[in-house]
Design a protein around this ligand. Structure first.
Ligand code: HEC
Ligand code: HEC
Length: 327
């Protein structure tokens, strides 16, 4: 019954999210950081409350030991951030503060020492790590009454024993209600404006240098390929073999629209382009011959493989783009 009371009060005690001291110009970064912290706070609290209610605080200690790091890594994955909890006086050695976290904790402690409440203090920083702008955000964690069962002055003997079993170097007891218990921290690559470019995966495609005009011709030809793919598919679905043959024929050869660009292309290009033309030729033959849908579809699927293979292999760049990239 006593444990149920602790669990219920844990559930009731809300975590305060405020942007008191968020000296951050980029609201989007702060919002992302706060969403991740809110998720972590609620997930941890929810899991802890459920365990306290069902099995009591001794089992909950064990559960925190096994599950708290797991929950943090799930939240990190969900929000694509690094995230965790830390404190000067910590229970788990893996929650020990890093250098920047230590300095933030010191700042938070100074605020509390000045008489500010331990809840809802936040701070945001931008740092450059290996040439990449990274956003760091932290939010204070106050000690609430139900936390005292495991972090207070008089931790009950069976709970204390369970804590000592898992954390022989525990220093996270002796807190009073309203004390600064620690903080949540989040770190991720800074998002600039609406487009989080830095979140794109690296581009491993081989560059092909061509002029703007050549690239425009290539793109024009490619849009024609898309029309061919769509035209053949629709004609097949409609059972219109005359149309299938007509559309497939266009796919058997280059279109040569606009300026010449073949001379810019490497040999490996034609190793994918030629067999693609061959697949369209096979579709045309099938349409003019045996008219088997499954055979035509197989050739269409093969052609599509060459489209996607080439798209995954090459990336046209214009001389001006190359100059920018090399700066
Ligand atoms: C059932 C016991 C229990 C209760 C209740 C509890 N904690 Fe903890 N707390 C733990 C354990 C165990 C850890 C270590 C988790 C780990 O291994 O990551 C921990 C870790 C923490 C940490 C991470 C830093 C550190 O010391 O390792 C913070 C911050 C924290 N607790 C705050 C709170 C707050 C705030 C409350 C109340 C809302 C609370 N705890 C309630 C058991 C508890
Ligand atoms: C041998 C290489 C190769 C093959 C085969 C190929 N493509 Fe492309 N395609 C490219 C490259 C390279 C680009 C990128 C052009 C750019 O970004 O300037 C491209 C771009 C495109 C585009 C975008 C055009 C635009 O306006 O930006 C479409 C659509 C397209 N391809 C469709 C297809 C389809 C459909 C097929 C198969 C039927 C196909 N491609 C086969 C190399 C290929």
């Amino acid at each position: 019954m006593k444990y149920l009371a602790i669990a219920v009060s844990l559930l009731m005690a809300g975590s305060v999210v405020s942007a008191q001291d968020a000296a951050n110009p980029e609201a989007a970064n702060t919002a992302k950081a706060q969403a991740a912290i809110k998720d972590l706070g609620q997930s941890l609290r929810g899991a802890l409350v459920a365990k306290m209610q069902s099995e009591g605080p001794v089992a909950a200690v064990n559960f925190c030991h096994d599950e708290a790091p797991l929950i943090a890594s799930q939240v990190a994955e969900r929000h694509q951030v690094q995230i965790g909890r830390t404190a000067d006086r910590h229970r788990s050695p893996s929650n020990a503060p890093s250098e920047w976290q230590q300095s933030v904790l010191a700042g938070f402690a100074a605020k509390v020492a000045e008489g500010n409440p331990a809840a809802g203090i936040t701070t945001a920083r931008t740092v450059e790590v290996n040439g990449q702008a990274r956003f760091r955000f932290a939010q204070s964690i106050p000690t609430e009454a139900p936390c005292l069962a495991c972090h207070g002055d008089n931790v009950a003997a069976p709970i204390k024993a369970e804590i000592d079993k898992h954390y022989p170097n525990d220093s996270a007891t002796g807190f009073k209600e309203g004390d600064l218990r620690g903080m949540f921290w989040v770190e991720f690559p800074m998002m600039s404006g609406a487009a989080p470019l830095s979140q794109n995966p690296p581009d491993a495609r081989a560059p092909i240098v061509m002029s703007d005009a050549q690239r425009e011709s290539l793109r024009h030809e490619m849009r024609g390929r898309m029309e061919t793919l769509q035209g053949v598919t629709s004609a097949l679905a409609a059972g219109d073999w005359v149309e299938v043959a007509k559309r497939a024929e266009v796919g058997t050869r280059g279109q040569h629209v606009g300026v010449e660009f073949r001379s810019a292309l490497p040999q490996a290009w034609f190793a994918m382009a030629r067999p693609m033309h061959g697949e369209f030729a096979a579709i045309q033959r099938e349409a003019e011959g045996q008219k088997r849908v499954e055979v035509a579809l197989q050739h269409l699927a093969n052609a599509g493989q060459y489209c996607t293979s080439c798209h995954a292999t090459f990336r046209p760049v214009t001389p001006s783009e190359l100059a920018v990239a090399q700066q």
